[in-house]
Ligand binder design. Structure first.
Ligand SMILES: NC(=O)C[C@H](N)C(=O)O
Length: 334
């Protein structure tokens, strides 16, 4: 019987030093919030939805945390508004729920789950996505409630760059470190879990990229780009420059490299992230769990926050070739 696995990311990009501590804190909190669903702690029998529950819990934790570009703290479009996207997929029956252009609700990943579990469509966007959220239990937040000062600052910097005639093609995920500016923009979040029955679930949630056009849709809600899960191969969540990732079909290519080329999860993630950047120019990253529970973590951006739980230890990092560790120390159960 496979051992449960939970691997998460908190976004790829040119994350500045000042934001690393917040990312690590958020990654560890998300792992602690979610792991109990997989190891049977809070769940009497770690039931059939344990991977789904774990992924939703991890992503919800990061959606609440302004250190990340999802939910509260999501980045702003050129109209100074938040439009969020998320996708969720399970690898047993290949069911999925995807939402885009979603406004004024806290947890896009939960809306994606409700769509997957209870509705007859897979992908819904704009006001009907919000309608679905509100009619299935989400609270409507006052306009602007998801906007942080950091997100406003990121948009101001983006606008200054545009006014100065700089190339903003790659938006916030690409420009900061090179130009030595602050990076007030958090990043996309994602989670891949495998339960003890070998069922894999993947979820990804984002505000997109700062300075995007209203109505812009990125890679995150697209199956095969931001998210894919298939129990017979593995699961993958990606992050980075969406226009690049969707043109390359990054998640699907990584899983195809595992399935058809026999690569390990790590080798497949490395190979495809690198080939994508060599070929198209934008950068990104991916987390992967293959059907044996082996992990892959790779990125061509300067940094990507990630973490996983194994043998009672939280493993995490943000730099290339970095592996930090900390005891899991689960919160006491009631
Ligand atoms: N930071 C990110 O991962 C952004 C996301 N991939 C997008 O382009 O919408």
């Amino acid at each position: 019987m496979p051992r449960p696995v939970l691997l998460i990311h908190g976004g790829a990009g040119d994350i500045t030093d000042a934001r690393i501590a917040g990312k690590f804190k958020g990654i560890k909190e998300a792992l602690r919030a979610a792991w109990q669903h997989l190891d049977g702690y809070g769940d009497a029998d770690a039931g059939s939805d344990s991977a789904l529950d774990a992924v939703e819990a991890a992503v919800r934790s990061m959606e609440l945390d302004e250190a990340f570009n999802a939910g509260y703290g999501a980045c702003l479009n050129t109209d100074q508004e938040v439009e969020m996207e998320a996708s969720l997929m399970e690898g047993r029956h290949l069911r999925a729920g995807c939402v885009t252009l979603l406004r004024d609700v806290m947890h896009p990943i939960t809306v994606a789950r409700r769509l997957m579990e209870k509705q007859r469509h897979v992908f819904i966007g704009g006001p009907p996505a919000q309608q679905l959220a509100l009619s299935t239990g989400s609270e409507r937040l006052p306009p602007g409630a998801l906007i942080t000062e950091s997100a406003r600052q990121a948009l101001r910097e983006f606008e200054q760059q545009q006014a100065a005639g700089k190339d903003t093609t790659f938006a916030r995920t690409e420009l900061d470190a090179a130009q030595n500016r602050t990076d007030p923009n958090g990043d996309t979040v994602g989670a891949v879990a495998m339960d003890r029955h070998g069922h894999i679930v993947v979820g990804t949630s984002t505000g997109g990229i700062t300075g995007k056009w209203p109505g812009r849709i990125g890679d995150t809600p697209l199956l095969g780009c931001g998210t894919y899960a298939d129990d017979s191969v593995g699961g993958c969540s990606t992050t980075g420059h969406g226009e690049t990732i969707m043109r390359y079909n990054l998640a699907q290519r990584i899983l195809a490299a595992i399935q058809h080329k026999g690569l390990s999860a790590q080798a497949a993630a490395e190979q495809e992230c690198q080939l994508m950047t060599q070929r198209i120019g934008g950068t990104g990253g991916a987390i992967v769990v293959d059907h044996n529970g082996e992990l892959g973590i790779s990125f061509t951006s300067s940094r990507m926050a990630w973490g996983y739980v194994k043998d009672g230890i939280i493993h995490y990092g943000i730099e290339h070739n970095e592996l930090l560790q900390e005891p899991f120390l689960a919160a006491p159960q009631p």
